[in-house]
Design a protein around this ligand. Structure first.
Ligand code: FES
Length: 217
């Protein structure tokens, strides 16, 4: 298992410029008109390490669920098959985890257990695709969907919506609540008129690692 927990990237001009550029691309619906592609993947919405505190971007309804309009943030230069990445999203205190399965599927989930908010871990060696595991009460979540497969958690993990760019960098662009599709979550946060809102159709929770590729012309 490979788990890293990088420090939040120090704001600098290059990071700001890249983030601004990605904002512009989404806002201008330029995704299909450029040469590279974006792969839309599911990950987790960051939740809270401790329940009962409002998150930076909105109000916490249940463990890991967030409202508001999270910022777009680069979380990794690359995530290789078999690796996982612990990161913070949407707020700097909101624990989340992204996992890359051996078939290349990239998925991410809140690292906040929906039972009593313990930290969720990635166990790559479990089963054919690994699993997300909460050691507090043996809660287990499906690696592809975030749904509960064992233990007391009452519902699946919220997700973060990621964009993977042609250079392999991975960006968090939004969140989806437990039981909410990626499209529902993204459209709720960014608005029905957002270009990516329509493009996320079909990336439902049951295909949490689903991808969409937009070839540039
Ligand atoms: S806090 Fe995760 S199973 Fe209880």
């Amino acid at each position: 298992m490979s788990v890293t927990d990088p420090q939040p990237p120090a704001p600098d001009a290059r990071t700001d410029a890249a983030q601004e550029a990605l904002h512009d691309r989404i806002a201008a619906d330029s995704l299909t008109t450029r040469r590279d592609y974006l792969r839309i993947v599911a990950t987790v919405s960051g939740g809270l390490a401790v329940g009962g505190i409002g998150v930076a971007s909105g109000i916490l309804h249940r463990h890991g669920d967030t409202d508001g309009n999270p910022e777009i943030r680069k979380i990794a230069d690359r995530i290789e098959p078999g690796e996982s990445l612990a990161f913070r999203y949407p707020g700097d205190e909101d624990r989340a985890i992204a996992v890359r399965m051996d078939d290349g599927t990239l998925a991410g989930y809140s690292a906040v257990c929906t039972h009593l908010a313990c930290a969720v871990l990635w166990r790559k060696e479990r089963g054919s695709e690994g699993e997300l595991y909460c050691p507090c009460h043996e809660g287990i979540f499906d690696a592809r969907t975030g749904e509960v497969t064992a233990g007391p958690p009452p519902r699946g993990l919220p997700k973060v919506i990621l964009l993977e760019q042609a250079d392999g960098s991975v960006w968090a662009v939004g969140t989806a609540r437990s039981g909410e599709s990626l499209q529902e979550g993204y459209c709720r946060q960014r608005g029905q008129g957002s270009p990516l809102c329509a493009r996320l159709e079909g990336t439902a929770p049951e295909t949490g690692g689903g991808t969409e590729r937009n070839e540039r012309t």
